[in-house]
Write a protein that binds this ligand. Structure first.
Ligand code: SIN
Length: 331
């Protein structure tokens, strides 16, 4: 009798274990996609498109949760969180990978890329594609580039020539190249998270910042910066990134579907970025909160002359031949 009871109890434990295994294996894979910008931006739209595609194609198997506006992580801690498994997907600006690789610093060099077409050509070429795996040793996987656009300079005073920036404080992303770029015009760069920029500008703790039209518009920087100089002096693009542990742990067919959805959402995001660079610039002009200053060729040449020596300074860590290859696309 006692033996029968023991057998029965054993059977119940086994059934309960099998049931929990079945439930666990049926649970969908969750992808938390964390980013710092608003939803009405190229990256915000790309993330939402990715979620929509995954919902359609991998229903019940994969769930994407998008966290915009630094709700989950800021760019200063998202990659650490990714390596700990707390977030699975992010697209920080290329300027924010300095701790993980020096090669992506090429995208911060001032006046290296003439326009977004030159950026696209470089990214899709052999060097750009090789750079995607430059973060591999750190346990991260670069899944592709995503465009935002060319950067402009906003400030509390009009900036027409480099001397106008002298002794002014500018917020920058966490990049030594960007620091050198502002030091080259005798300005004071301050590395600060994106989430703090509006308040820093509003309280006049800083005098200016650099960003794309869509970020300046969506985060309302133009409401607290009376002047924006249309410099197009650099690029602000993103690297779609995940952890090697998460990526390689996915079943092959699911990984392929997710990559296809990411590529499709990226194409969509890139179209949004091109449209927003024009539309958000116009919305800022129409708001009359900020004056957009267009440089003469002579004024622009002074900015190029002052900032271009930064290329030489970073030839060592980035690679002279890579810089020359990028420059050859534009000049
Ligand atoms: C972003 O576009 O993700 C943020 C850029 C910034 O930090 O200025």
């Amino acid at each position: 009798m006692k033996r029968n009871k023991l057998v029965l109890a054993g059977l119940l434990v086994a059934v309960a274990f099998m049931a929990s295994v079945t439930i666990a294996s049926a649970a969908p894979i969750v992808i938390k996609f964390s980013h710092v910008v608003a939803e009405n931006t190229p990256k915000g739209q790309m993330a939402n498109k990715f979620k929509q595609l995954v919902d359609e194609r991998l229903a019940g198997k994969v769930v994407v949760e998008v966290f915009p506006n630094s709700q989950l992580f800021g760019d200063n801690n998202v990659l650490e969180a990714m390596l700990l498994g707390d977030v699975q997907l992010a697209a920080p600006s290329l300027s924010k990978f300095e701790k993980y690789t020096k090669s992506l610093q090429i995208f911060d060099l001032p006046f290296l890329f003439k326009d977004m077409e030159a950026v696209e050509t470089f990214q899709q070429g052999p060097i750009g594609q090789k750079m995607l795996s430059s973060i591999k040793k750190k346990g991260l996987v670069g899944l592709g580039y995503l465009h935002n656009g060319m950067k402009q300079l906003s400030a509390s005073d009009p900036l027409r020539v480099p001397a106008d920036a002298k002794n002014k404080k500018f917020r920058i992303m966490t990049s030594d190249v960007l620091a050198a770029q502002f030091e080259a015009v005798d300005a004071m760069p301050l590395k600060k998270p994106f989430s703090e920029v509006f308040t820093l500008l509003q309280t006049k703790a800083i005098d200016g910042q650099e960003n794309t039209w869509s970020n300046i518009y969506s985060k309302k920087f133009y409401e607290v910066q009376p002047y924006i100089t249309e410099t197009n002096h650099g690029v602000l693009d993103y690297l779609l990134v995940t952890s090697a542990e998460f990526w390689m742990g996915l079943p092959d067919d699911i990984r392929t579907e997710i990559k296809n959805a990411l590529d499709e959402a990226t194409l969509f995001g890139n179209e949004v970025s091109a449209q927003k660079a024009i539309a958000d610039r116009q919305k800022i002009i129409d708001s009359k909160r900020s004056e957009v200053l267009v440089l003469t060729d002579a004024e622009r040449a002074l900015w190029v002359e002052a900032m271009k020596p930064v290329w030489k300074k970073f030839e060592g860590p980035i690679g002279k031949e890579y810089i020359e290859a990028a420059a050859a696309i534009s000049y």
